[in-house]
Design a protein around this ligand. Sequence first.
Ligand code: A2P
Length: 303
Amino acid sequence: MPVVGLGTWKAPPGMVGQTVEQALLSYGYRHVDCAMVYGNEKEIGLALQRVWSTGLNREEVFITSKLWNAGHEPHQVQAACEQTMRDLNVPYLDLYLMHWGLAERLSQSSEPRRNWRGQGLDKHGMVLTAPVSIRETWEAMEGLVRAGLVKAIGVANFTTMMLMDLLTYARVSPSVNQIELHPYNQQTRLVEFCQKQGIAVTAYSPLGSPGNAKPQEPNLLSDPTLTSIAREHNKTPAQICLRWALERSTIVIPKSTHSERLRENIDLFSFSLTPKNKEALASLEQRHRYVDPFEWWGVPYFD
Ligand code: A2P
């Protein structure tokens, strides 16, 4: 699995295709991280078609997608995966992740309140969850590996206890846990737990999610410690965050739709952090999550 991938969350329609094409053909990316819920897989699929026509092979690019929460019922899983494969124009996925460990109720036209995705909301405006266990969904995902649709399966946003439970029954072990990781949310014990279990860890929002953060949230990329380490290495704060993640043996999937940043975000192999740099970065931990589903489920998922 290439350790730097292109993130596509919030990569807007009308732009994402050209970004994927540029990342793969001009900047040497060989890993694209997608998800059905990002709403841009069709456009990525058209871009991939153009990419294949240049002679780059499907086997040379690692493609991940994710099962959305409203598709957790076992009978929905294969159809959701096949829809993503059709949209992305690929005969298989390298990795398919359970996007969150909580099922959402499939939209019903009778529900009076709905969000922008058409999902039913309760009277407090929270997305309705559904009584589907992680085990049921996981077992259906194992079927995707057996059917040859995906090379590997994994999870995202799983906590240690969710993984421990999963490992008691999984016949196909999760290959990856994709979680929010950056110097303000380091989750060192979870990272080490996964790595001990042979589960690779992918860091999402590795730059502190500048495109998603609210104005009152801390701005990681302008942190003085980070910017001073960046100056020391003649690199950008983003490159320091990404290099820090690689030195923890985690995989990074920074998203950008700007060519300069695409180039910068994969140019991480000509320098390394000193022990003093790492100590300073470790001290930035503040357990700050930029992505907390409490806001949309009202469920304290990470507490
Ligand atoms: P843009 O797409 O306009 O370049 P994360 O992966 O942590 O969620 O961060 C993605 C956000 O960070 C996007 O808003 C992206 O903006 C911005 N970004 C990506 N690369 C860089 C960079 N090298 N320097 C500064 N901001 C960046």
